[in-house]
Design a protein around this ligand. Structure first.
Ligand code: BDP
Length: 658
């Protein structure tokens, strides 16, 4: 048996029992987690924390100067933006691209400037024991932030949050409102994620003076701006900075290994309480780290796998500390789902039961707001996914808003969480600087999303040019690093069906393959799908003996376009592609295929080009979320799969519930 010593180390006393082995494993994995210096807990109100949302109208100005640098040269952050030149209203959160009628703003490349003045409650300023934190949910891509003309932080990359403590700055001049200026630059280079290049067109016969374009190697519109809520929140000076949980269970006992990190004081008293949904305390502790044992545990189950999916406990951390001036009390409540994830040669196991991904790939994309967070859209999409019988999605091709992951936790929708490693096609994007940034982004992603039970796998990239020589070392480093960051979740990288691009495959736990037979290959030839898809699966499995997810497949369908026999771009052709793929999935899912994710949930905007008719039309829903014929095929299939592979109580069985 093992016994826990004061320092949290285990000592061998007697042979191990099974529950003890479980505990030991939990300790080992959490100790292996590479924690970053600071946490990135989602801002939540509590008895010790207040929030002030800064969503709404901001003042906006695009820097249209030839080198896009006038804002910095003339220090636009030093005064009100309106004093620097013409400004317009801009909603936050939203992409700025589709808000006006100005095509130069839609296609703008470079720095844009946002500004907002805010008045905060007086006690935030007077109470020096209060921290005031400015948080940006995400901005595309590089950002610099000033408060009252002083720089407080900068951040590289979109899709992930960043913060700065601004209390002391606000206290410098408590009488004036606080002016927040955020400059955001959407330029993509060989070393950003996603990568891109700026091309200057110097031929005076063809292009105006100073003309340049942004080249990108991914298939979605390069929306930009402040995409997620900006807010101010408070914590006491001594505060809960981070919480990490890892869960396990044995029979009907659940285990929650946790670690709380405190900032602002060397010592603090903690009380950690795990509450069930009814608010009853099921376990508690006074330590900063330990294992909470939950008797008669209610596991977190995916949607359609259990009659009560998405069960969440609440871990309430109560901190108390004191210094010579004051006492501090902080309270933070983290939702916790108790579940396990494991991968074998042929299966993906959630709570030791085989899980089959029947889901979708999405985009954060819609009319007018672009990639801006929008609650009506989020809730509509969840209703559509549930209507469809989808139990999962992949956050193609970048991390989605944490608010979306919280919905997944609550509804039991399983997530493959992808970083923005999309469009890595140029050999120069495999260099050290690119790798260092990619590793940083994985750090930030894991730090933000590690506690979400819905997140069951990390995806480090989509369809990189992995046949290039430096890719092998690049992906080995990236995948090994990600596994070290989080030893509890499998890691994948998404490849196309070209076997030459398998450089990440030796290191991943699950092979994810995208293929577009009868579309990009042999366009119009539906008859090739069975043979090519069969060969794809046999080859990848034959080489690596790892379970496979068909991570993308599909065909464009312009809604309302019909033809029989089917022709490309009609709804009938999309249907035929889906049906043909499904036949092979049904054969292979008895062996080692563990999932299928349609490309795409909904039509989405792309750059203009000769293959795109106002965006990518591979959605089974239109961009306005109306079903095409393919949605009904998928709905029929997903409910059938749920009935076969899930554990649905009789009353939810298709078609009775629909
Ligand atoms: C895949 C890409 C995806 C594209 C899709 C398509 O992963 O981003 O949108 O092709 O062309 O290869 O529709």
């Amino acid at each position: 048996m093992y016994r826990l010593t004061a320092g949290g180390n285990w000592k061998i006393l007697l042979p191990l029992s099974l529950p003890m082995l479980r505990l030991l494993w939990l300790f080992a994995v959490l100790d292996a987690v590479l924690l970053l210096d600071t946490g990135m807990l989602f801002p939540r109100e509590s008895s010790s924390r207040e929030l002030k949302e800064l969503s709404g109208l901001w003042v906006f100005r695009a820097d249209k100067s030839p080198n896009r640098n006038q804002g910095f040269e003339r220090a636009w952050y030093k005064s009100r933006l309106a004093e620097t030149g013409p400004v317009i209203d801009m909603p936050v959160p939203a992409s700025y691209n589709d808000i006006t009628q100005d095509s130069t703003l839609r296609d703008f490349i470079g720095w844009v400037w946002y500004e907002r003045e805010v008045v905060v409650p007086a006690r935030w300023i007077t109470d020096e024991g209060t921290r005031v934190v400015l948080r940006v949910g995400s901005a595309h891509y590089n950002s610099v932030v000033w408060v009252n003309g002083e720089k407080v932080t900068e951040h590289a990359g979109g899709h992930l949050p960043f913060e700065a403590e601004i209390g002391s700055l606000m206290r410098k001049d408590p009488t004036r409102p606080c002016r927040i200026t955020i400059a955001v630059n959407n330029t993509l280079t060989l070393e950003t994620l996603p990568p891109g290049t700026i091309q200057h067109m110097n031929d005076p016969i063809k292009y105006p003076d100073g003309y340049f374009v942004q080249n990108i190697y991914f298939d979605f519109f390069n929306y930009a701006g402040i995409h997620r809520p900006v807010l101010l929140y408070t914590t006491p000076k001594v505060y809960v900075d981070d919480i990490t949980v890892v869960t396990d269970f044995l029979d009907n006992t659940g285990f929650v290994r946790y670690q709380v990190s405190v900032k602002g004081a060397a010592t603090a008293t903690l009380k950690v309480t795990l509450m069930d949904k009814d608010g009853h305390c099921v376990a508690s502790s006074n330590e900063a780290s330990g294992v909470l044992k939950v008797v008669d545990v209610k596991l977190w189950w995916p949607y359609l796998m259990h009659e009560n999916p998405g069960y969440l406990y609440s871990m309430e951390v109560h901190l108390m500390a004191a210094d010579e001036r004051s006492t501090y009390e902080d309270v933070y409540a983290l939702p916790v789902g108790i579940r396990t994830v494991k991968v074998t040669n042929t299966q993906f196991l959630i709570n030791n039961k085989p899980f089959y991904f029947h889901g979708v790939n999405k985009h954060e994309d819609s009319d007018i707001r672009g990639k801006g967070l929008d609650w009506p859209l989020i809730v509509k999409d969840f209703n559509l996914m549930k209507w469809l019988g989808a139990n999962s999605f992949r956050t193609s091709h970048y991390p989605y808003a944490e608010e979306i992951l919280q919905m997944c936790d609550r509804h039991g929708i399983v997530v493959i969480d992808e970083c923005p490693g999309v469009g890595i096609k140029d050999i120069r994007s495999f260099g050290n600087a690119s790798l260092a940034h990619h590793l940083d982004v994985m750090d930030e992603l894991v730090r933000r999303d590690k506690n979400h039970p819905s997140v069951v796998m990390w995806s480090v990239a989509n369809e990189p040019a992995a046949e290039m020589q430096p890719a092998a070392l690049y992906f080995k480093t990236l995948i090994t690093h990600t596994k070290a960051l989080d030893p509890t979740r499998p890691v994948t990288f998404i490849t196309d069906s070209n076997y030459a691009r398998d450089k990440g495959a030796p290191y991943v736990d699950v092979i994810c393959v995208n293929s577009y037979f009868s579309w990009y290959h042999d366009p119009g030839h539906l008859e090739v799908i069975p043979i090519q898809l069969n060969a794809q699966f046999e080859n990848w499995y034959g080489k690596y003996q790892k379970p496979i997810i068909q991570s993308e497949y599909g065909a464009d369908a312009v809604p309302g376009l019909h033809s029989d026999p089917p022709m490309m771009f009609t709804e009938e052709y999309q249907n035929a592609v889906l049906r043909s793929y499904h036949d092979i999935f049904d054969q292979k899912r008895k062996q080692y295929v563990i999932g299928e994710l349609i490309w795409n949930f909904a039509d989405f905007m792309t750059a203009q080009g000769i293959t795109r008719v106002v965006g990518n039309k591979k959605g089974i829903f239109t961009r306005q979320r109306q079903p095409k014929a393919g949605a009904f095929i998928l709905k029929e299939r997903y409910w059938r799969l749920a009935n076969e592979t899930g554990r649905l109580p009789p009353w939810t069985k298709y078609p009775c519930s629909l």
